[in-house]
Design a protein around this ligand. Structure first.
Ligand code: KG4
Ligand code: ZN
Length: 353
């Protein structure tokens, strides 16, 4: 690994999903600016991200977001030594907007450029504004699009231990929240609904024995069946004249289902992560991705882990560009740069470039 000066400053862009983000990070760890324009309100009424609308909104928002990030850097562009952008995984149209903008800016200013894997970036959120984690480490990346358990022996040295075979964890939170009438994004809504619930009936766990893979679609279907059974039962009861045709779910039932779903997900995630940390002699466990914001997951992992657990502050768990700059720093330090022909890779895997 080359020694990069601690003042090496990277401007990074992130547009893989529904956040338009730009950040400036010095020395791979010191966040000087971290600007995130969320499109959440725009997608909310559709119950999820609409890819075409996301791409168009990135185009509208990118320039002001980059200007705001550079505005926090004395000397603006003159203080930037390199440029980075997420090139996968993610929505292809959305990725293209940030990748092309970043390449154009780097080319025009004669700066080195590197494409960054979004999953790797989530992991590197754990290096920002803190002491660097110790290798080897086990990383659990849990977001709306991904569920990945990986071993990192060093910078850039990834072994994929397991991943989801169907829905991502965040996606399962979002879908179950919709089934329960809790709205979008589902993660925070389910966490809030589940808070304080005790003694509710449990839901099954999908262990997929002898594998670090995950599955969440069966659990989602289990929730759907419980809701349908309950609605069928209520439909048979005599109802007051003029009552709504589809009565809302009983709030107590919703809270219990939210709790049981969250407990099932957290139990499987924590059990597999702790097992992997033991087996590979990890010095630390790092959590990453939007679902790392889940308080129950943090609490249970900290309780059962044999080694220290870290997770980024809330603002760095969800999609942002500071984490992209963090990952880019270690790629530049390893002598990696991308060519101007770098394309987006919507299904990019962890460890692949
Ligand atoms: O990393 P992220 O911002 O975007 C992706 O790359 O997907 O993650 C968003 C996901 C959403 O599915 C959201 O429901 C989930 O993270 N999430 C949570 C919580 N906060 C956000 N899931 C569980 N508990 C939370 N507190
Ligand atoms: Zn993400």
């Amino acid at each position: 690994m080359n020694e990069l000066p601690p003042t090496f400053t990277i401007l990074a862009l992130e547009t893989s999903c529904d956040e338009t983000a730009a950040a400036v990070v010095r020395g791979g760890r010191e966040v000087l600016a971290n600007i995130v324009a969320s499109q959440m309100d725009m997608h909310q009424r559709y119950g999820g991200v609409v890819p075409e609308m996301a791409s168009r909104q990135h185009i509208v928002t990118l320039v002001p977001v980059v200007e705001a990030a550079l505005g926090a850097l004395p000397g603006g562009w003159n203080g930037v030594h390199a440029v980075a952008a997420t090139h996968g995984p993610g929505l292809s149209g959305a990725l293209l907007t940030g990748l092309n903008a970043a390449k154009a800016m780097a080319w025009q200013r004669g700066l080195p450029f590197v494409g960054v894997n979004h999953l790797e970036a989530h992991i590197y959120a754990n290096w920002l504004d803190t002491t660097p984690p110790q290798f080897p480490l086990v990383a659990l990346v849990v977001s709306g699009g991904h569920t990945v358990l990986a071993l990192l022996r060093d910078h850039g040295d990834y072994t994929l231990l397991g991943q989801t075979r169907d829905d991502a964890v965040g996606e399962a939170f979002d879908k179950v929240a919709r089934i329960l009438g809790l709205g979008y994004p589902g993660g925070p809504a389910i966490q809030q609904a589940a808070a304080g619930v005790t003694g509710a009936p449990a839901l099954p766990r999908a262990w997929l024995r002898d594998s670090y893979d995950f599955s969440f679609s069966g659990l989602k279907t289990a929730v759907l069946h419980r809701v349908q059974e309950r609605q069928a039962r209520e439909a048979r009861l005599p109802r007051a004249q003029g009552a709504a045709p589809e009565p809302a779910l009983d709030p107590q039932f919703v809270r219990q289902m939210a709790w049981a779903f969250q407990e099932s997900v957290v139990d499987v995630l924590v059990t597999k992560t702790v097992d992997a940390a033991r087996r590979y002699g990890a010095a630390e466990i790092v959590l990453a991705g939007g679902v790392a914001a889940n308080l129950r997951l943090r609490e249970e992992l900290a309780r059962r882990a044999p080694v220290p657990v870290r997770y980024p502050p809330l603002a760095l768990c969800t999609d942002n560009a500071a984490m992209v700059a963090g990952a880019a720093f270690y790629r530049f330090a390893a002598g990696v740069q991308s060519g101007w022909d770098l394309d987006v890779t919507p299904a990019l895997r962890l460890g692949a470039t």
